[in-house]
Design a binder for this molecule. Sequence first.
Ligand code: SF4
Length: 122
Amino acid sequence: MTEEKEITCIVCPIGCKILVKTDGKHIKNLDGNKCKRGIDYAEHEALDPRRMLTTSVFVDGGEWPLVSVKSTKPVPKEKIFNVLKEIRKTKVNAPVKSGQRILNNVANTDINIVATKIVKKL
Ligand code: SF4
């Protein structure tokens, strides 16, 4: 069965609207991109959409109650809910260093969550 999706390319400010037809596993047709960079973007977005994740984690005994964190790689869109659920359950003890690994292999994604700020101990 052929699926159609309209994807807005965000690789450059032109923002081409790309119409992608897939069978769910392969690209069947792609139309509307003004350059080749849009092909890669639309293929990934149609078949394996991923997002970098930024959020925060609770800190115990720190100068701030939260520390900002990010994923080390883009997270598959269908796993984002599970990843956020695991992050929400997490609490770290101060002090927290920037770049410190907070979670390994979060939600079995082979992606880590690291701190992006410093939180000193109180
Ligand atoms: S397809 Fe090319 S020109 Fe169009 S938005 Fe993407 S990068 Fe820009």
